[in-house]
Design a protein around this ligand. Structure first.
Ligand SMILES: [Zn+2]
Length: 143
């Protein structure tokens, strides 16, 4: 499964996310494996070893789990990656839709093909690049 499939599944899943949330928390310390009096709902200190137990949601399957401090840090990082890729994905889609609109007008209302849109976006990037280069040259000339 590609990252985009993964993300679009995630996006589609969002409305039912609450009901589909899996709970894999156990009343067991992730450090010393001793049993706890109850399943932790928030950050809890283990009465046996004194370490802090963290509660996190695993990005890949939305399961609630009990983890160590290190694992919690790793999961936080995974979530920030998911969020970052997701933002880029949405930004890319928006740009694509905008270019489609521009081309549709240019084609007199005719639906542009995906290839036309991709070429349009590529040309736009090349033009922006050329403008930046221009700016650089100008800077050099004024010196
Ligand atoms: Zn413990």
């Amino acid at each position: 499964m590609g990252i985009f499939d993964f993300l679009s599944n995630k996006i589609q899943d969002q409305p039912q996310k609450q009901s589909k949330l899996k709970d894999e928390r156990k009343a067991e310390c992730p450090y010393c494996r001793q049993s706890l009096s109850k399943v932790p709902g928030v950050k809890t200190k283990c009465p046996h070893c004194g370490e802090f137990i963290f509660v996190r949601t695993r990005p890949k399957d939305n399961a609630r789990i009990i983890v160590t401090k290190d694992e919690a840090g790793k999961i936080d990082k995974e979530w920030s990656i998911v969020a970052g890729v997701h933002d880029n994905f949405v930004a890319g889609k928006k740009e694509f839709a905008e270019e489609k609109e521009i081309l549709r007008k240019r084609f007199g209302g005719k639906e542009p093909s995906d290839i036309d849109i991709k070429w349009g976006l590529l040309n736009k990037q090349l033009m922006e690049h050329a403008q930046n280069e221009d700016g650089l040259h100008r800077l050099q000339f004024t010196r």
